[in-house]
Design a protein around this ligand. Sequence first.
Ligand SMILES: Cc1cc2nc3c(=O)[nH]c(=O)nc-3n(C[C@H](O)[C@H](O)[C@H](O)COP(=O)(O)OP(=O)(O)OC[C@H]3O[C@@H](n4cnc5c(N)ncnc54)[C@H](O)[C@@H]3O)c2cc1C
Length: 190
Amino acid sequence: MPNFIRGYGYQGGGSREGWGRYIAEANYGRDLKEALSNPGDWGFSITAFGECLPYHENKISLNREVLDIYGLPTLIMDAEWKTNEKEMRKDMTAAGAEMLEAAGLKDVKTFDDGGNPGLGIHEMGTARMGRDPKTSVLNKWNQVHSLPNVFVTDGSFMTSASCVNPSLTYMAFTARAANYAVEELKKGNL
Ligand SMILES: Cc1cc2nc3c(=O)[nH]c(=O)nc-3n(C[C@H](O)[C@H](O)[C@H](O)COP(=O)(O)OP(=O)(O)OC[C@H]3O[C@@H](n4cnc5c(N)ncnc54)[C@H](O)[C@@H]3O)c2cc1C
């Protein structure tokens, strides 16, 4: 049994080495042409995408001491991986290698680059959606609790997307929020 909760997935694929493989070999003329007339070796790689649990203490705040070039406050990001994420990473690495070897791949190598928060391509959060204005920024319509004429429909409203690609969900929520805003405008509520 894994010693973490929630889960992860993998994305990846196979490809052959391209012409770039000979750049370092200093081949010229006919040698280079002949070398490149053969396709390169096959490689296959996968990357794991795991869920970070929605920790309340992982947060951002505004730094009013340090301003950007427009005079606006800059961002302080205060977030970390905790035990669940660290344990999940170990499992991702081991299970990835196990699958590739079971599929018949040779020379399987694993790595864990540490990947600190903020470096992932599916990052989200910071303006969470919730019922209580004391603990959330947006209501269920992606509308700012304290500013009803402001809707925030990017990835910030979500506290987690599990381990799957998030963009379609953002788009669906955006369409839903826009529809609601139009209806509210028609009723004269906004
Ligand atoms: C290489 C890569 C591949 C990906 N592949 C997939 C995929 O296959 N499927 C999937 O679902 N997701 C994928 N994602 C994730 C997806 O792109 C993001 O989750 C999504 O785009 C986030 O949307 P967003 O609106 O929250 O933020 P963004 O799309 O990042 O939009 C933020 C916008 O705000 C602007 N901005 C920032 N600061 C300021 C400022 N101070 N003033 C004004 N504007 C500002 C930025 O220029 C940007 O246009 C991928 C991401 C990457 C990097």
